[in-house]
Design a protein around this ligand. Structure first.
Ligand SMILES: [Zn+2]
Length: 226
């Protein structure tokens, strides 16, 4: 009753298509939910996400909820999550996808969920880390703790003043560091990100976690590009 009353004055919209949500729909309308391309990668160990990491880093799982394509609904959704101040999108997808992963045994295979970190300057500007809100949603459905305190991103800037601005930008290199490694010892980590493209960020994070003594690392993302 009250929610009907509230939605009369504050209509809720689908974050992917902009149409009004009807009763029972949350964040994404049923039509978009049905139309957005799923990877079904959690049902196939040799899926296209996992193949990206072959010969690079050993991962226990590599899965993504949606297939990422330019100008599609998934890209629109991720854009709103990242730049439009809508953390509820990440949490919603995390909760939903978390149920599928739980049904595929992920709750028993991992100890801790760790999001790919944002640099603290970016975090201050954006107010939240889009991967951390996804991690929070996954954590609720999988019944596993999540922590964004252990894996942190720092930036190594080389001072090459004679280079052009573009070259200098290219020289800004992200480095992932581990805080409190003793807590991560022998832990099975589910590393999560919003979107996987080349996989190089995941590779760096996974290597940092494994070097710090984690027993294993698996990866889950909202979307992945082929
Ligand atoms: Zn929609």
């Amino acid at each position: 009753m009250l929610s009907d009353f509230i939605s009369l004055f504050f209509p809720r919209y689908c974050m992917a298509c902009g149409n009004s949500l009807v009763k029972g729909e949350e964040v994404i309308c049923l039509k978009c939910d049905y139309e957005m391309p799923r990877t079904e990668s959690h049902e196939d160990a040799q899926n296209f996400v996992a193949i990206k990491f072959y010969g690079k880093v050993r991962l226990t799982d590599a899965v993504a909820c949606y297939k990422f394509s330019k100008h599609g609904k998934v890209q629109k959704l991720l854009h709103r999550l990242k730049y439009d101040g809508k953390p509820s999108i990440g949490e919603f997808i995390g909760r939903k996808y978390g149920i599928e992963l739980r049904d595929n045994g992920f709750s028993e295979c991992y100890d801790l969920i760790v999001p790919v970190p944002l640099h603290k300057i970016k975090l201050r500007r954006r107010k939240y880390n889009q991967s951390a809100v996804f991690a929070d949603g996954l954590s609720q459905s999988l019944g596993l703790p999540f922590s964004d305190r252990h894996l942190v991103r720092t930036i190594k800037t080389s001072t090459q003043t004679r280079k052009s601005r573009f070259e200098r930008w290219r020289n800004v290199e992200s480095i992932f560091e581990i805080n409190y490694p003793e807590v991560l010892k022998e832990k099975r980590i589910l590393l999560v990100d919003d979107v996987i493209t080349t996989g190089s960020t995941i590779e760096s994070c996974a290597n940092a976690l494994l070097s710090a003594g984690c027993r294993s690392v698996g990866v889950a993302a909202i979307a992945a590009a082929k």
